[in-house]
Structures are given as C-alpha cells and as structure tokens.
Design a protein around this ligand. Structure first.
Ligand SMILES: [Mg+2]
Length: 177
C-alpha cells in the first residue's frame, strides 16, 4: 500500500486500510477471517458458554486492527511469497522452501502477536501449533506446492490472540459488548 493510495481513500483511517490490506493478503494465501474464527471457536467453546462464531470473528477482526499484527502478516507473507518466487538468496531460500525445523524465526515472529491479549495466548498458540486444526492443517498440507512457512504460524497466532481476548472479556462480563 503506497502513501499515494492511502491518501486516495480519506474515508478510512490508514489503520483501517492496513487492516483491510492484511485481510486481503491472508485471503490471497487461502485463509479467510471465517477460517480463523473457526479456530477461535475450536479453542474457546469448551470454556465460554454461549460462544458464537460471530463473536469469534469479531475478536479476530479486533486483533487484525493492531499495527504489530498487520506488520507481522505483511512481513511473513512477503517472505513466503518471495521464497516461492525464487527471490530470496541462500541460505534463506532453502530454509524457507523446506520449512526447516531449525529456522525458528517463523515462530519467533508469531510470538509478537500471541501475547497482545495476555499470556494465555501463549498456551493457545502451543495447542494450535501442535494439533494443527482446521485451516492450519490445510495450509500445512500445501507445503509441497506453496511456501507457507510463516503463514501457518501467523494464522495460529492470530487465532490464539483472538481466543485470549475472548477469555479476558468473558471473565470481565464483556463478551457481547
Ligand atoms: Mg511455520
């Protein structure tokens, strides 16, 4: 998103535009807000009575309004796409293409998202990263055709943060507000 494009749409704050751009980038990589909302539902339905998919989606939207989350999405997806298109130099190119288990920076970047709504996001992230439910498994299974080294961790982290946000709001009695 260029500065000129940001100026073209004065009806949005730049933060809103950045959020919409982050959502568009995720969709370009095959991940919708609905997919992430389902992960949140999967994680939190055991703990929050009367949890709805709509509340989960709302929470995902709020997480994506955070600038550091948007920046992690742009950076991680850009690296995945550059690796896919052969635009990265070695040794980074091979590490991203093979999703090298010792690379680790994909998880480190995801951690910048995980804790924005408290440390229970860390536990949620661990669960999602290990079990790989829903869209995380789908993204992970596409590794032969695409480079999704950052994407799976970004999606798990956004879902984890949205889940902890809901947990905190539920405790405060603010789930539907
Ligand atoms: Mg990864």
């Amino acid at each position: 998103m260029s500065v000129a494009q940001l100026k073209e749409k004065p009806q949005y704050s730049s933060s809103q535009l950045l959020k919409e751009t982050a959502v568009a980038w995720l969709e370009r990589r095959g991940v919708t807000l609905e997919d992430i909302a389902r992960l949140v539902y999967d994680v939190q339905q055991k703990y929050i009575r009367e949890l709805t998919l709509a509340a989960c989606r709302e929470s995902v939207e709020r997480v994506l309004e955070k600038r550091e989350v948007q920046n992690a999405v742009f950076t991680g997806i850009a690296l995945d796409e550059m690796a896919e298109q052969g635009q990265l130099a070695e040794p980074l190119a091979s590490m991203l293409k093979s999703d090298d288990g010792l690379y680790g920076i994909d998880e480190v970047m995801a951690l910048s998202i995980v804790n924005i709504y408290g440390s229970i996001g860390f536990t949620n992230f661990g669960y999602l990263d290990k079990v790989k439910p829903g869209i995380i498994g789908v993204v992970n299974d596409k590794k032969n055709e695409k480079v999704n080294t950052f994407l799976d961790d970004l999606v798990a982290a956004i879902a984890a943060a949205a889940s902890s946000r809901l947990a905190h709001r539920d405790r405060d009695g603010r789930l539907n507000r």
